[in-house]
Design a protein around this ligand. Structure first.
Ligand code: F6P
Length: 356
């Protein structure tokens, strides 16, 4: 019988369980005697050799469940950076893959995970990736599972903030997750009818942000909704290295981009301003119908790749087709929002300001 492992690594997101289920159900359909092993807590479990023998029933009732039944961890990362060429860890993972007698390992994760997946693939292991992340920043796929659920939750946050903003005539600054890429903030901002969207791909000028807020006030709408990606920065900060930027902010007594923007708006406009940080709220809970469908398609396609003996790849969606890319093409890249993206054009055409 064939024996496959599944692991989930990096930050969790809705749709991981639906994907695991998709892989498992499709495998059992194709090869009823397949043995499935669940690696505990991502690569951490692979390094330590911690795993569970899974039963078919373990994959029932998990389609709607948030998070991951297998557990996850950021290992082998430090401060979001992979410990590159960490020979020991890679050797340990390889050793445990062999000990577990796996014919293939399915790896569900984001950019960091794909880097590690590629390292393992280069070591000769049979790896199939599945692209998860609320950030939607994996190269080579139009969409990742988890993203649209997160857009939905972010939008609910913005909707609720809208009514209180309007009652109090305040500027509400809402921070949306996304340290590198602004996809989630962009889509949430458009869906929630934000007035200003600030993302890392478009460094902002606080004067322009304030102008947009003042323009609204002048037109009689006394409140504004600003959605900010965690990783946003202004044109001055754009010239700095990440570390330098962090040091400068610390000296200003401010740790996050959002807190800085709130202060800048208050100082420049005098508007009463409040900050909202939904944080991991956006990542929790059950996947949307869209993500359940996408996760199922991805999982089933992954099982198909296994049965055809195609490894060293990761599943993707391009122009509504489910396809696969080579791990070596995906590893180490980030899919940023192009400044001429159609959705940026849409937002601008709706009168939304990017503060540029
Ligand atoms: O990659 C997903 C993500 O939620 C990012 O949007 C965010 O910057 C980061 O993870 C938060 O990481 P953690 O869950 O480790 O705090």
């Amino acid at each position: 019988a064939k024996r496959v492992g599944i692991l989930t690594a990096g930050g969790d997101c809705p749709g991981l369980n639906a994907t695991i289920r998709g892989v498992a159900k499709a495998l059992y359909q194709k090869m009823p005697d397949v043995e499935i092993v669940g690696v505990v807590d991502g690569f951490k479990g692979l390094i330590k050799g911690e795993y569970h023998e899974m039963k078919q029933s373990d994959f029932s009732g998990i389609l709607t469940r948030g998070g991951t039944i297998l557990g996850t961890a950021r290992t082998p990362y430090k401060n979001m950076k992979i410990v590159e060429n960490d020979v020991d860890k890679v050797a340990e993972m390889k050793g445990n893959y062999k000990k577990m007698k796996l014919d293939c390992l399915f790896v569900l994760g984001g950019n960091g995970t794909h880097k590690t997946a590629n390292l393992l693939s280069e070591e000769g292991l049979n790896i199939i990736g599945l692209p998860k992340t609320i950030d939607n920043d994996i190269w080579g796929t139009d969409v990742t599972f988890g993203f649209h659920t997160a857009v939905g939750i972010g939008t609910e946050v913005v909707d609720r903030i809208h009514t209180t903003a309007s009652s109090h005539k305040r500027v509400m600054v809402i921070e949306i997750m996304g340290n590198k890429a602004g996809w989630l903030t962009l889509y949430t901002g458009v869906a929630g009818g934000a007035d200003v969207i600030l993302i890392p791909e478009i460094p902002y000028d606080i004067k322009k942000v304030v102008k947009a807020i003042e323009r609204r006030a002048a037109s009689g709408r006394g409140f504004s909704i600003v959605v900010v990606a965690e990783g946003a920065f202004d044109a001055e900060e754009a010239k700095m290295k990440k570390k330098e930027r962090a040091e400068k902010r610390a000296a200003e007594g401010i740790t996050t981009a959002t807190a800085r923007i709130v202060r800048q708006i208050e100082e420049s406009s005098g508007s009463e301003t409040r900050m909202v940080v939904p944080g991991h709220f956006i990542r929790g809970g059950e996947p949307s119908a869209y993500d359940r469908v996408l996760a199922s398609q991805f999982g089933v396609y992954g099982a198909e790749l296994f049965s055809r003996g195609i490894f060293g790849v990761t599943v993707a969606q391009q122009n509504n087709e489910i396809v696969h890319n080579r791990l070596s093409d995906v590893a180490g890249k980030t899919k940023f929002v192009p400044v001429n993206d159609q959705m940026i054009f849409t937002a601008r055409s709706l009168g939304i300001s990017f503060g540029d």
